[in-house]
Design a protein around this ligand. Structure first.
Ligand SMILES: Cc1cc2nc3c(=O)[nH]c(=O)nc-3n(C[C@H](O)[C@H](O)[C@H](O)COP(=O)(O)O)c2cc1C
Length: 207
């Protein structure tokens, strides 16, 4: 593994719990491998092109070999550049807060840009297949409340890890390790975060 991409899904810089955990994971990786390149992508400050009607028209015209306008080409090329950047690394680290039971809108925006047929997923006679080549990811999740993953009615309220897990497998990121810091706005928040950081550092050893 030579390069990882660190996708910062929280706009909260040093106060972000998910980012503190992701940072601890990356520091542990770097102490193991000082040569490791880390490409940081702050999705709240990077330029994410609108995925609007013009872009979609350009996508279909270009993909289906139809005529397209210079504006459509420009819009689709901006999407292609972000996909190329996303695919250029060996593995991913995501910092992912829960916002309104799901993902922050800018992270969904990023996902909507990079998730494209023939680029990151395909379809054949057996159905959909991911094109990321079984890449690895580490995900640091955080939430203000507690959303158990299994065996609890609140499980169905979790559109954060449930969505991302499905998306990872959709695009072919198949080796995913996760750490959760739940209850960040509750009494046990600081301890839960310390445990999450310690777990992240342990996962980094064999990542
Ligand atoms: C816009 C917004 C929406 C939120 N929605 C939820 C939510 O639905 N459930 C929850 O448990 N916490 C929610 N929270 C709290 C965050 O998940 C929590 O503060 C978390 O630590 C944020 O991650 P960060 O510290 O990495 O920024 C929300 C916070 C914000 C700013």
């Amino acid at each position: 593994m030579n390069t990882i991409m660190y996708i910062k899904g929280s706009p909260r810089t040093e106060r972000s719990h998910s980012r503190q955990i992701a940072r601890a994971f990356i520091s542990a990786l770097q102490s193991k491998d000082p040569e490791l390149r880390v490409d940081e992508r702050d999705i709240f400050t990077m330029n994410l092109p609108s995925f609007d009607g013009l872009t979609i028209k350009g996508k279909y015209n270009i993909m289906h070999g139809r005529e397209y306008t210079p504006a459509e080409l420009e819009a689709w090329s901006a999407v292609e550049a972000i996909i190329e950047d996303f695919k250029s690394v060996d593995a991913y680290v995501f910092a992912v807060p829960m916002w309104n039971l799901g993902l922050p809108y800018r992270l969904k925006h990023y996902i909507d840009i990079v998730t494209q047929p023939t680029y990151t997923f395909g379809i054949n006679e057996n159905g959909y297949f991911g094109m990321l080549g079984d890449k690895k990811a580490f995900v640091a999740y955080s939430s203000g409340g507690v959303f158990p993953d299994e065996g609890n009615p609140l499980e169905t309220w979790n559109f954060q890890s449930s969505y991302l897990r499905t998306w990872f497998s959709f695009v072919g990121i198949t080796k995913v390790q996760e750490v959760f810091s739940r209850g960040m706005l509750m009494d046990g928040g600081p301890q839960a975060k310390e445990q999450a950081i310690a777990l992240a550092e342990r996962i980094a050893v064999d990542f």
